[in-house]
Design a protein. Structure first.
Length: 347
């Protein structure tokens, strides 16, 4: 067999845990190499392995349960050991996993599956150069497979080789659109390299038919807003500015995207979270001296495109978020934010 996903090769690989408080922010956050490694495609079980049938019938999902179930395997085999090795990595038992991998390498040094798991384990333990060498060997053996290219993209990204990472991710995304994680990876490195326009284009290339369409469009909205020079909404006019989409156009596109996402199942909580980001960016822009709206562009998400209108829109969104909040302290914080944005009046 060749590297193949255990499940659909689908969505965004995990980002840093810190970013997952808002799950919609995860696709573009700084990558967490360990979590991402364990989300990479899982090699197909060798049908000739004596435990192939047994492993196919395993129902246990939690790593600890799986390890207990593996004790009943009818025979010792490479596939049984690899399944246990993966479970140890998922449980964070890195010393035990390393010992098991070393033993496998001593017996099966030329088995590509063992080489793949050396790459996987090395990503988890932070030995990124070793991981890259391992996945490169798999790529040489199976140049047509998407999985090693995706793994090499992850390695290049964590090593700071953004051009190489972009090339691998682009190669996977252009040749196999089922790997939506490659699109998120490409957008992530494009953003890191300052190519916001490219990142938005990549994310918006995820088709409507994909189950990750909504996540991709949410990430595109956030890409449009990140690290903008609010003082200069026109291309090339700010300090250090490069040719880019004018901020007002990105604000408008982001607002339109949020409005359209309702038909794709965007819930009220995420809608209002995104709305506060768009309206907050617009308010910062107006307060920093943005030169007003263009003809025909007088509102944003139903709010007038001036300080008072944007404050009212933010107050409204934060009050909706407060009503949706699950915890009392979070509700109080959101009400306080709403009050801070309320326009000042003399009455």
């Amino acid at each position: 067999g060749v590297p193949a996903p255990r499940t659909a090769p689908g969505g965004p690989l995990p980002a840093s845990p810190a970013a997952e408080s808002l799950e919609t922010g995860a696709p573009l956050a700084r990558i967490d190499a360990g979590a991402t490694a364990l989300a990479l495609p899982v090699p197909r079980v060798d049908a000739n392995d004596p435990n192939a049938g047994f492993l196919a019938g395993l129902m246990a999902s939690a790593p600890a349960e799986l390890i207990s179930a593996l004790a009943a395997a009818p025979a010792d085999s490479v596939e049984r050991r690899l399944r246990e090795l993966r479970a140890r990595l998922e449980m964070g038992e890195l010393v035990t996993a390393s010992e098991a991998l070393t033993e496998l390498e001593a017996r099966h040094a030329d088995d590509w599956r063992v080489v793949w798991y050396r790459g996987l384990a090395s990503l988890v333990t932070g030995e990124h150069e070793i991981a890259a060498l391992s996945f490169d060997a798999i790529y040489d053996a199976f140049p047509g497979e998407a999985a090693p290219k995706l793994a090499l993209g992850v390695c290049a990204e964590v090593l700071g080789q953004l051009d190489n990472a972009a090339e691998y991710y682009r190669l996977v995304w252009m040749t196999d659109p089922s790997y939506v994680s490659a699109a998120f990876g490409l957008a992530r490195v494009q953003n890191a390299a300052g190519d916001r326009t490219g990142a938005v284009r990549t994310l918006e290339s995820v088709p409507e038919a994909s189950i990750h369409y909504t996540a991709a469009r949410i990430a595109a909205v956030r890409s449009r807003l990140r690290r903008r020079d609010l003082r200069s909404p026109w291309p090339g006019t700010g300090a250090g500015a490069t040719a880019d989409t004018p901020l007002i156009d990105d604000l408008r596109a982001a607002a339109d995207q949020i409005s359209r996402l309702g038909q794709f199942g965007l819930d009220a909580l995420r809608r209002e979270q995104l709305s506060t980001e768009v309206l907050g960016t617009a308010l910062d822009w107006v307060l920093s001296g943005g030169p007003g709206h263009r003809p025909g562009q007088t509102t944003l998400l139903g709010s007038e495109l001036d300080e008072r209108g944007l404050r009212l829109g933010l107050e409204r969104s934060y009050r909706v978020l407060a009503r949706l909040a699950q915890r009392g302290e979070e509700r109080i914080d959101l009400v306080e934010r709403a009050n801070r944005f309320r326009p000042r009046t003399w009455v």
